[in-house]
Design a protein around this ligand. Structure first.
Ligand code: CAA
Length: 693
């Protein structure tokens, strides 16, 4: 008998239970236990039907991702799947929670499937840079048709139990997976239902075999926004085999494609991202037994773009919000923008009309900081200057209830100084959301010198409720993300003053997989913010200043480093800017030079990695993976490159050290000299993944 597979008999029906916490992944013990149980039940004459269910949070979450990249241990999942499908006795899957990846493939091999209404059924392998490797690309199209199958497999999003019923993926929605599946099995026996083996049932393929566009249109839609990823294309191709090849031949090709993707760099990076995100959510150095404080209401100070976005993120997670402004007019405007945003998602089909109402109802407007009242967490999202922030925190100190967590959404400023404006610095923490806050998944949780452990824990729980990936960081200018962005910006600017065109640099970054280049991002943020700050500090940047003086403040004026067609955000190269740069360079007497794309990439990305090494050594981030999560979810670093620190390990730290030293010497730029930690790891032939503080 197995520890993780239990079998009990209810009359002539065997209930096989998978009990492998936390998520019933299909690790070796589960596969071996299932193979053993199915073999035993096949020859047990007292058993006439088999029900397969998961204990705990769900049915099965998929293959055990931790086993990927290691030597496979028999029995393979295929053995279990064959035993299920070929069983002479009816097998019914009773699904609740999740049936994902290999979990859904197991269910697809059963003859019948029932599910609770709220369960999630899907094949998310594509998000790990893979395709379903245990028959999913062949059985799902036979269950739901190739158009929906390609959407699910290349897109990765699951169906609910209700949707699965409508699609033909399951036979019935049930209240309880075990009782429902057992009742289904009894009925199937009583009615003498023939066993449905999807491998032998091509009925749902016929239409697309006759009219290929049914499949190709869905495939095109599913991969329309594919930014350099290999897996979605492989998924489409594999679903196509269901139409073109005999089942067994297609299975062999599916397995080969799975192995190929598994060995590739993209899947390695995407698997790293899966674990790094979960690791980052665990706060390093938190004392045992620390519990988060209660979180029933959030108050947000400031109803501008940032405050409104944060309010939406919490409302989306079902948390009531009080949105506070200093007067009626901006509050009204902020609430209207929120409603319009929700209505726009509903119009695009992303949100049900009832959800628009429910979510807007969760956001109450109020005027005056004294209205923070009973909020358990207050997040300040006002103007980014220290004086304003301190003023708000002094008022919060007087108005917020005892024990409330007081968070600042500052992107750069010293959280300790902000905390000093209160009599309760232990309750103050940074929660740095990224714009647009209802969309971007990152929340940097900034740990101040005096921040209490349970405050940190509360901030992380709050971020998760708002569907954010929390990463705890320390206090420094710009924290992790903006500090590294700043370093990249300095190098981009330096290259521009050597004559390298902004559009060439942006092209290199987008070619690498970033959603936008440095200069397009500056146009989006507005060039006037930095211009004002330079003026305040008596500094100048001749090219950038000249752009601003010419009224080119970025997207908001239709012109910046680029020009923009009316109503469009697409950056277009502007010959006027090229002239402006050339003339400024001539005036300054600076020589223009060319740089190739490879040099540009190294000069923009390696300094970020160098800064990442300093951030680790200073303890600003606890793990290299935390830095990766910041860049993946805050700045759109391409997932198939795993984050800057993972990318550094792929390139090899020795190479990075050599190139940085080379550029430091070539430019006389001491900021490019390899950081001590980077140099040390490279010297020892190690990687960031090897590093422990
Ligand atoms: N393998 C190994 N570990 C897994 C896992 C898996 N498939 N799924 C989750 N875990 C682990 C997580 O790493 C985490 O571990 P720690 O507590 O040590 O950090 C723990 O289980 C709990 O996971 P979450 O924090 O994510 O819990 P959740 O409740 O928020 O979400 C979940 C649960 C929806 C199952 C989510 O974990 C998830 O989406 N998992 C991955 C599902 C997936 O991609 N399956 C496909 C696998 S590939 C495959 O199956 C290939 C094939 O064709 C054979």
């Amino acid at each position: 008998m197995s520890d993780v597979i239990r079998t009990d008999l209810r009359g002539d029906i065997a209930i096989v239970r998978i009990d492998s916490p936390p998520v019933n992944a299909l690790g070796h013990a589960v596969r071996a236990g299932l193979a053993e149980a199915l073999g035993r039940l096949a020859s047990d004459d007292s058993v006439r039907a088999i029900v397969l269910v998961g204990e705990g949070r769900g049915f099965i979450s998929g293959a055990d991702i931790r086993e990927f990249g290691r030597p496979a241990q028999a029995p393979s999942l295929d053995v279990v799947i064959d035993a299920l499908e070929n069983s002479a006795k009816p097998v019914v899957a009773g699904i609740h929670g999740v049936a994902l990846g290999g979990g859904l493939e197991v269910a697809l091999a059963c003859h019948f499937r029932v599910s609770t209404a709220g369960a999630r059924l899907g094949l998310p392998e594509v998000t790990l840079g893979l395709l379903p490797g245990a028959g999913g690309t062949q059985r799902l199209p036979r269950a739901v048709g190739p158009a929906l199958a390609v959407k699910m497999i290349a897109g990765g999003a699951p169906l609910s139990g209700e949707q699965a019923l409508a699609a033909g993926l399951i036979d019935e929605v049930v209240a309880d997976p075990t009782a429902g599946a057992e009742a289904f099995a009894r009925r199937a026996l009583a009615e003498g239902r023939s066993l449905r083996r999807l491998r032998d049932d091509d009925s749902r393929l016929a239409a697309a075999r006759a009219d290929r566009s049914i499949f190709t249109d869905a495939a095109t839609a599913a991969t329309a926004r594919n930014r350099g990823l290999d897996a979605p294309r492989a998924c489409v191709e594999a679903v196509g085999w269901a139409l073109d090849l005999p089942f067994d031949e297609a299975l062999v090709k599916e397995r080969e494609a799975f192995q190929r993707l598994m060995k590739g760099d993209q899947s390695k990076a995407q698997r790293h991202v899966f674990f790094a995100e979960r690791e980052a959510a665990k706060i390093a150095g938190l004392p045992e037994g620390v519990r988060p404080r209660p979180l029933n209401r959030v108050a947000i100070i400031g109803a501008g773009t940032m405050g409104g976005g944060i309010a939406m993120a919490f409302a989306n997670g079902g948390v009531p919000v009080t949105l506070i402004e200093l007067s009626e007019a901006p509050l009204k405007r902020g609430l209207e923008v929120i409603r319009k945003n929700y209505e726009a998602s509903a119009a695009r089909g992303g949100l049900a009309a009832e959800a628009v109402e429910a979510r807007t109802k969760l956001i109450e407007g109020a005027v005056g900081i004294d209205k923070v009242g009973e909020a358990d967490l207050v997040i300040e999202a006002v103007f980014e200057t220290m004086a304003v922030k301190k003023e708000v925190f002094a008022q919060l100190d007087a108005a917020a209830k005892a024990g409330a967590v007081l968070a600042t959404n500052t992107s750069y400023l010293d959280v300790d100084e902000i905390a000093s404006a209160t009599s309760r610095p232990q309750d103050v923490v940074g929660m740095h959301f990224f714009s647009p806050a209802n969309v971007m998944k990152l929340c940097e949780i900034v740990r101040g010198a005096k921040t209490a452990p349970d405050v940190l824990a509360t901030a992380a729980v709050a971020a998760r409720k708002a569907a954010k990936a929390p990463v705890v960081v320390g206090v420094c200018f710009g924290f992790v993300g903006n500090r590294m962005l700043g370093v990249r910006g300095q190098q981009a600017s330096k290259l521009m003053y050597q004559g390298v065109a902004p559009q060439q640099m942006d092209g290199v970054l987008t070619g690498f997989g970033m959603p936008m280049g440095h200069f397009a991002m500056a146009d989006l943020a507005g060039l006037d913010v930095a211009w004002r700050s330079r003026q305040d500090h008596g500094e100048s940047a001749p090219i950038e200043d000249a752009l601003c003086e010419a009224g080119r403040l970025g997207q908001k004026t239709g012109k910046g480093f680029y020009q923009y067609a009316a109503g469009s955000r697409a950056p277009l190269v502007d010959p006027e800017v090229e002239t402006l740069i050339r003339q400024t360079m001539e005036r300054l007497g600076l020589p223009m030079r060319q740089a190739d794309d490879a040099e540009i990439l190294e000069r923009l990305v390696y300094p970020m990695i160098n800064e990442g090494a300093k951030i680790l050594e200073e303890g600003i981030a606890a793990r290299p993976g935390d830095i990766d999560v910041v860049w993946l979810f805050g700045y759109g670093w391409p997932v198939f490159r795993g984050g800057p620190m993972f990318y550094a390990d792929q390139v090899g730290l020795k190479t990075i050290v050599e190139r940085l030293a080379h550029y430091a010497a070539a430019d006389g730029d001491t900021s490019l000299e390899p950081a001590p930690l980077l140099a040390r790891l490279a010297d020892q032939g190690k990687t960031f993944a090897d590093w422990r503080p």
